[in-house]
Design a protein around this ligand. Structure first.
Ligand code: PBG
Length: 327
């Protein structure tokens, strides 16, 4: 041996050219696994950019339809709908009204873009005048009566043409109740993607601007999970699975790659991750300051969420990432 450099293993051999790097790349992204969130508002011809979320808009139904056509052309075939109602009340009536904003959007999109997969977020926080996710008794969110309203909301979405129901409220027992409700109304074929592991996270800040769902007092820590907890996440996931969830979601994504990984290793239903508004806003803000490269950071963040074990990624980058993959 002449020196210390007679190495048998030189990992750099497989990093020498883009061709070789491409050959050994273990994780690839496909726009078909992305879900693009849409914020739908009343009116016509409206595209209002969300200040804290560049390139994300509140859209009137007609503009939402155009967005869906563009998404399909890019290979992004799934959306999740959030509604911003004209009026709010204590019971969140707009969430389950037959002519509610999400119901209108479902009809128009189903009609114009029949093959797109329409997922609907089921929660009351965008529809209650107090901004909380359920019915209040004083300052407490009442669990079981709120669940009854999510069931009503889910049924209304399914009856209008939604393909997948996604409860995001984090009340106990809501997945089972929605499953029973759907089954009893001949919607046995409609899957539930549950926000199973949803943390009480500061990364939702920009979303609450976009969806106009800032709680008028307090926070969401009485029902969303403590970011300090891992074992509890496993229990939440198992409960939702036992109650009939078809897809389990983790949210936010990047702070919780350990949870995504563990669920992927231990549970055999598809795992989804939501790269939330704050994760998106943070990358854009840094890029605007010249501190990060927007495109490279987008690719890296999504690749690592996929690598951790998320098959499905809900992301505001879906369109930009699809364009990147096509280029
Ligand atoms: C509740 C809901 C929230 C998000 C998705 N569904 C907000 C919350 O729990 O306060 C957050 C998504 C994001 O931040 O991008 N309807």
């Amino acid at each position: 041996m002449s020196n210390n450099f007679d190495l048998i293993h030189r990992p750099r051999r497989l990093r020498r050219t883009e061709g070789i790097r491409d050959l050994v790349r273990e994780t690839r992204l496909d726009p078909a696994n992305f879900v693009y969130p849409l914020f739908i508002i009343h009116g016509n011809g409206i595209r209002r950019e969300v200040p804290s979320m560049p390139e994300v808009f509140q859209l009137s139904v007609d503009e939402g339809v155009k967005e869906c056509e563009e998404l399909m052309a890019l290979g992004v075939k799934s959306i999740i709908l959030f509604g911003i109602p004209e009026t709010k009340d204590a019971k969140g009536t707009g969430a389950y009204a037959d002519d509610g904003i999400v119901q209108r959007a479902i009809r128009a999109i189903r009609d114009a873009v029949p093959d797109i997969t329409i997922i609907t977020d089921v929660c009351l926080c965008e529809y209650t005048d107090h901004g909380h996710c359920g019915l209040l008794d004083g300052e407490e969110i009442v669990n079981d009566d709120s669940v009854a309203l999510y069931v009503q909301t889910a049924l209304s979405h399914a009856a209008t043409g939604a393909d997948i129901i996604a409860p995001s409220d984090m009340m106990d027992g809501r997945v089972g109740a929605i499953r029973d409700g759907l089954d009893a109304s001949s919607f046995q074929h409609i899957p539930i993607m549950s926000y199973a592991v949803k943390y009480a996270s500061s990364f939702y800040g920009p979303f609450r601007d976009a969806a106009d769902s800032v709680p008028s007092f307090g926070d969401r820590r009485s029902h969303q999970m403590d970011p300090a907890n891992f074992r509890e996440a496993m229990r939440e996931a198992q409960l939702d699975l036992n109650e009939g969830a078809d897809i389990l979601m983790v949210k936010p994504a990047m702070p919780n790659l350990d949870i995504i990984h563990e669920l992927h290793q231990t549970i055999d239903v598809p795992i989804a991750a939501y790269q939330v508004s704050g994760e998106y806003a943070m990358i854009h803000a840094a890029a605007r300051n010249g501190w990060l490269d927007l495109e490279q950071t987008m690719v890296e963040s999504l690749t690592c969420i996929r690598r951790a074990g998320a098959l499905i990624i809900l992301t505001y980058f879906a369109k930009r990432m699809a364009r990147f993959l096509h280029s």
